[in-house]
Design a protein around this ligand. Structure first.
Ligand SMILES: [Fe+2]
Ligand SMILES: [Fe+2]
Length: 138
């Protein structure tokens, strides 16, 4: 099984503002991992850290979509649809958390999902924004 002790630093795509947000996002995940490692974490803490994680993810997606629009990025629609798919999954986790009894398992699943999804997304779709920006940006 994959090591859950920390989410590795995400790949840098070469756009400083987005790279800084990706790093901050992984720091939010690392806080969640520290909760997970406590065994059975306290509900209030899980709710607080999960809300921060959701909030930061949504803010990052909004900012990244704003950036794509600002450079007339031609693959915005497909990219934004991927973001929306993750927003939907995160929403279903939020609903599940309200009645969840096994918070340790809940945290583990959130960590696995976000680490895997974000690493893949950053290395593929986000990296393509930078390639476009470097050849078409101002
Ligand atoms: Fe993205
Ligand atoms: Fe991103």
């Amino acid at each position: 099984m994959e090591n859950k002790n920390a989410a590795s630093v995400p790949m840098k795509i070469g756009i400083a503002s987005l790279d800084a947000q990706h790093e901050a996002l992984f720091e939010c995940i690392n806080k969640f991992i520290r909760l997970y490692l406590k065994g059975e974490p306290e509900r209030g803490e899980v709710e607080k850290q999960f809300a921060a994680l959701v909030d930061y993810t949504v803010t990052h997606f909004d900012d990244e979509e704003f950036f794509m629009r600002s450079i007339d990025y031609p693959e915005l629609a497909n990219h934004a649809a991927q973001h929306q798919a993750l927003r939907d999954v995160v929403d279903s986790f939020s609903t599940r958390l309200e009645a969840e009894k096994d918070l340790h398992t809940f945290c583990g699943e959130v960590i696995e999902l976000l680490k895997t999804w974000l690493n893949k997304h950053i290395c593929t779709l986000d990296a393509k924004i930078a390639v476009y920006y470097q050849s078409h940006g101002k």
